[in-house]
Design a protein. Structure first.
Ligand code: PLP
Length: 441
């Protein structure tokens, strides 16, 4: 295998032509770019021939590693028949078959699949579904209750339910006011409580918001593990209580499992393991094993039925994208789901190995908190463990760790002072141990 263009020219073109997502371009242009050209298993190789462990699953989505023969073949087979044909008012075979499989593995009660192509669009659709669900019934319930620091993506609807002071400030003119409540952050509990003795007192603020806004609220949206906000898992029992509260207040529940879905936290879906079926579930990232862009918004039949009616009733969900239900992406997603079954059997041992590999860090003077939800890990670095004094964002302390890790052959991408470790689920115990040895150093 040969590079199509020499490494020096590729790097020069990267600096000259590309504008990278979520990237401080001034800083980026001051450094030599990392340009990846191939992958094998859970490792990636750059154009200079250096190999790296993919310690964040290529932004939280890779499941089985790179160049998986079954996934490669699924794309090749589908390519021999059809790459794409629209889902607007007609169908295609892999999209239908995938919908059937998704409903088979999803939390019981979810019955309908609406496709799109990224986590943000899965959320965008969920929000529109929830608002139109009430609109179609003649009710003006159009606000969405969200949680502080939750991240749902960067399209307008997704920003509107989780406006981030850093990411979204310039666009506030596009974003309607939506109420928000604090996300439970046990390490820095604002109520000064400790789990489980707290009895989940933090849910009181949710109850108050539901009481206050009930007549205007279409839905509550939540991430079961706050991802981009800091890798913070919900305390056990929280989501179930939230489900009961939303039901009691006649408000829909949207669970955003874009990051947690497809085995990330050790079970197919966090909400199913928590005994919860939301009204609407958002899926993306791991859905294709990390191969192609695809997302799905799942809804219950009760939600779906509200969109049925004669044309003059105008109950249709007028939302779609040109590539909705792409045949290649659906085919690889189907193959991914087939591989997921046996993979799930191996996860408990690997999750335990991650826990063991993190254990020595609990004594590190810079480590304030280690949070693990299956294959999702956040290591919060602090200046002072006793006082839990955070590092200023400008210090870019997480980046300092990421640079050193990269030099040692491990790719990680931090969130401020939180070092994120999220390897592919197919990583072996030995690979997990090697990656964590680098991270500890
Ligand atoms: N929702 C959650 C929970 C996420 O973690 C992300 C991305 O990290 C998104 C939505 C947005 O997904 P995408 O980047 O595919 O638009």
């Amino acid at each position: 295998m040969e590079l199509p263009v020499d490494p020096a020219r590729l790097k020069a073109w990267d600096h000259q032509y590309l504008w990278h997502p979520f990237t401080d371009m001034q800083q980026y242009l001051a450094e030599e770019p990392l340009v990846i050209w191939r992958g094998e298993g859970i490792r990636l190789q750059d154009v200079d021939g250096r190999w790296y462990y993919d310690g964040v699953s290529s932004i939280w989505l890779n499941v089985h590693g790179h160049r998986v023969p079954e996934l490669d073949r699924a794309i090749e087979r589908q390519l021999a028949r059809l790459a794409h044909s629209t889902l607007l008012g007609q169908s295609n075979v892999p999209a239908v078959m995938l919908a059937e499989r998704l409903i088979a593995v999803a939390p019981a009660g979810l019955q309908r699949v609406f496709y799109s192509d990224s986590g943000a669009t899965a959320v965008e659709i969920a929000v529109k579904m929830a608002i139109q669900y009430w609109y179609n019934q003649g009710m003006a319930k159009s606000k969405i209750l969200g949680f502080t620091r939750n991240y749902h993506g960067d399209t307008v609807g997704a920003m509107a339910v989780a406006p981030d002071p850093l990411f979204h400030r310039p666009f506030l003119s596009l974003l309607p006011e939506n109420p928000r409540v604090p996300y439970p952050y046990c390490y820095r509990c604002p109520l000064g409580e400790t789990y489980p003795g707290c009895g989940l007192k933090c849910l009181d603020s949710v109850e108050s918001a539901l009481d206050q806004y009930q007549d205007e609220l279409a839905a509550v949206i939540i991430e079961p593990v706050e991802g981009a906000g800091g890798m913070i898992p919900l305390p056990p029992g929280y989501l179930k209580r939230l489900r009961e509260m939303t039901r009691a207040h006649d408000v829909l529940l949207i669970v955003d499992e874009v990051a947690t879905g497809f085995g990330r936290t050790g079970s197919w879906f966090y909400c199913a393991a928590a005994g919860v079926t939301p009204d609407i579930l958002c899926l993306a990232k791991g859905i294709t094993g990390g191969y192609l862009p695809l997302a799905a918004t799942l809804a219950t039949e009760a939600v779906f039925r509200v969109f049925l009616g004669p044309p003059e009733a105008k109950k249709t969900l007028f939302h779609g994208h040109s590539y909705t239900g792409n045949a290649l992406a659906s085919a690889v997603a189907l193959a991914n789901l087939e591989l997921m079954g046996p993979l799930m059997e191996t996860l408990a041992e690997k999750i335990a190995a991650i826990g063991q590999g993190l254990e020595p860090l609990t004594d590190d003077p810079w480590v304030g908190d280690i949070r693990q939800a299956g294959f999702m890990v956040g290591i919060e670095l602090v200046q002072d463990r006793q006082q839990k004094t955070p590092f200023a964002w400008e210090r870019q302390i997480g980046w300092a760790v990421a640079r050193r890790a990269r030099a040692a052959g491990l790719l990680v991408r931090p969130l401020g002072s939180i070092v994120v470790f999220m390897p592919p689920l197919a990583s072996t115990v030995e690979e997990i141990q090697e990656m964590l040895a680098i991270l500890r150093r």
